[in-house]
Write a protein of this length. Structure first.
Ligand code: ADP
Ligand code: CP
Length: 315
């Protein structure tokens, strides 16, 4: 009998998708290779992804349209998240299909699930926007965006200014039943894109809400719900570090959740970038014995699964 396949939820970060339309079309080719490598290793893979640059771009375009044409009401941020899921899912599923075919793998259909994620209407995050979206701006451009459009702008880790929006925690993946059916039938599923379309429940009605959920937390919930063995967060660094950016930087290979919590308390992981990844990794590792989270570079995913690199977080 075949050994049980390792079930892996992969969370793709910004470098897996690029910042512009042409960049994304190129980036997804490399991303698809890394994902299909894992399938060839014998893993069952579910793909989730971010949308920060894309949802900002879509939101700006829709706002410009409504400024030009007063008959066009502005598009809610939740609808922009839905648009970003479809746009990114389109590029990713095309690239994955092509890569599977290039390797003569014809039996795995690829599907993108438009995914709604319920959040709590009373989540305190609605009163404290923290999630950076869109492109980076200079201080001058940021001031103009604040004055002209009422955006809330924040400096982002020495890289420039970005708009920030509310980022409530994911409470429930609405389409989890459909996702599970597709995954269990052997399909390669892209789900919870951009953290999921944020909705609140009003009786039977799900109402879109103006926020962008962190894809690290949504991917963690997806991994728990699908009873995954592994949560892999693919980003722009091979490992998480303590004393990041300092001369005495120490790259982390293997951490138990107590050590990870200690490093978080000591402030080693930047909020809005590495901190949510480590928080999501710890939550997943503590959700059930045997579950492991891995943070590594997109290009190192295969070596990471083999235990050869990345930061592994376990109980
Ligand atoms: N302690 C740390 N160890 C490693 N990287 C860190 C740390 N703190 C902050 N970072 C930064 O976090 C970045 C990853 O976060 P982010 O750019 O938000 O990722 P993504 O878009 O892939 O979700 C890394 O590229 C690195 O610059
Ligand atoms: N939604 C989200 O977390 O997007 P990024 O990963 O691009 O920040």
């Amino acid at each position: 009998m075949d050994a049980k396949k390792q079930r892996i939820v992969i969370a793709l970060g910004g470098n897996a998708l690029g910042n512009t339309l042409p960049e994304q079309m190129e980036a997804v080719k490399i991303t698809a290779k890394a994902i299909v490598d894992l399938i060839e290793e014998g893993c069952e893979v579910i793909v989730a992804h971010g949308n920060g640059p894309q949802v900002g771009m879509i939101n700006n375009a829709m706002a410009a349209l409504s400024r030009e044409d007063s008959s066009q009401p502005n598009t809610p941020l939740s609808v922009c998240v839905a648009m970003s899921q479809a746009y990114i899912g389109y590029d990713l599923q095309n690239a994955l299909r092509e890569e599977l075919y290039n390797r003569e793998i014809h039996h795995i259909p690829v599907a993108t699930m438009i995914t709604q994620v319920r959040v709590d209407a009373d989540d305190p995050a609605f009163d404290n926007p923290t999630k950076p979206i869109g492109h980076f701006m200079t201080a001058e451009q940021a001031k103009t965006a604040e004055e002209q459009y009422g955006y809330i702008m924040r400096e982002d880790a020495g890289r420039g200014y970005r708009r920030v929006v509310a980022s409530p925690k994911p409470a429930e993946i609405v389409e989890i039943g459909a996702i599970r059916s597709l995954v269990d039938s052997g399909q390669l599923v892209i789900a919870c894109g951009g953290g999921g379309i944020p909705v609140t429940r009003q009786g039977n009605h799900l109402k879109g809400t103006g926020a962008v959920i962190d894809k690290d937390f949504a991917s963690e919930l997806l991994a728990e719900e699908l009873n995954a063995d592994f949560l892999i967060i693919l980003t722009a660094v091979e490992k998480a570090a303590v004393n990041f950016g300092k001369p005495d930087v120490k790259w982390l290979d293997d951490l138990d959740t107590r050590e990870a919590r200690r490093y978080m308390d000591e402030g080693h992981f930047a909020p809005g970038s590495m901190l949510p990844k480590v928080q999501a990794a710890v939550k997943f590792a503590e959700s059930k014995p045997g579950r492991t989270a891995l943070i590594t570079l997109l290009e190192k995913a295969k070596e990471g699964v083999r235990g050869q690199t990345g930061t592994r977080i376990h109980q």
